[in-house]
Write a protein that binds this ligand. Sequence first.
Ligand SMILES: [Zn+2]
Ligand SMILES: [Zn+2]
Length: 414
Amino acid sequence: MVAGGEVKGNIYYLNEYAAKRLNLKIEKKIKGKELVGLKYISPFDGLSGIKKALGKYEHEVVATDEKILPVSEEEGTGLVHVAPGAGSEDYKLGKKLDLPVIELVDEEAAYISDLGEFSGKNAKKHPEIILDYLKENPEYLFDIVPYTHRYPACWRCKTELVWRVVDEWYIAMEPLREPLKKVTQKINWLPKFGLKREIDWLDNMHDWLISKKRYWGLALPIWECSQCGHFEVIGSKDELREKALEGWEKFDGNSPHRPWVDEVKIKCEKCGKKMQRIPDVGNPWLDAGIVPFSTVSTDNKSEPLYWKDKGEWEKWYPADFITESFPGQFKNWFYSLLAMSTVLENSEPFKTVLGFATLLGEDGRPMHKSWGNSIEFNEGADKIGVDVMRWMYVRQDPSLNLLFGYKVADETRR
Ligand SMILES: [Zn+2]
Ligand SMILES: [Zn+2]
């Protein structure tokens, strides 16, 4: 229920509880849905960056989706403002309702360009600049009061976080879904249920998120034109050398990582302007998945046989056997191997895979020092005896979790 009432000559529509809390004189009550569709203006609409981001869109009262953004009557101002560029629930609701996303801050939480007096100032260090702006534009300001609320922080170092929208890079997987499933079926999966788990993953997979906002790591070989947005994926060092406009001499002789690889600029074939490598690094599973092609060489370090001598390479491909603990791998290593081999050769990267379960404490929980169920290897070997330990491992059914501890060891010894 929404209440409408007059203060200082203005009529406000607020959640009823908030209106009572603020001691407003309530003129009438209406249902929230009666407001849906009303247009409104916002204090920041004059900034050129906002105008550009909004385009033809006009601010409008929307109905929430309780599953995405539940609205509570007990707290807040009685008005919920949805900012799809500034919070995950807002972003999800914005996606559903097709609302424009306004990018506001950079990696340092400084306001980006085209935001008038805000540009270049830090949103986290100077939250007061928003309040100052509203004080200068009092037609948008009702009141300023201190308010305690939850705020997200880094779980590791407790630094307060600022939410921002970023672009990420994906590989479109839909065209690969059926070819990947065919290749997967050619493999001997041990245990047998591995096949079903992998097919389940492939049936439900979305596009593959391959970028990470980090400095160190696999530098994605994607060059982008800041002028027209055209991008190009570079396939080799030779291709990069041929296309290099500048910076090759700074890169040459170094590994293809930051900062050296970023020195190389190439020419945009659409508009002729300079293209720069994107700052993102790649998901490590890209590296893990390309192993059958990238690392098989005559001496494990020179040019891959896949390029140098494909006939010789074929003798080593597919691998007869791979093994890895399976929790997680159906969507990580097994998946990335399958994806790369399906794209490059449309064949299976390995003939047989033995996936094994994991090791837990004998109480069935993961081992943690704080839970008292973890056993340090040397201490375990001394107390249990290495032959008993070996027997515990070799008789284990690899499809089941191995429960490890002194009681289980005593039973094994008998
Ligand atoms: Zn941190
Ligand atoms: Zn261009």
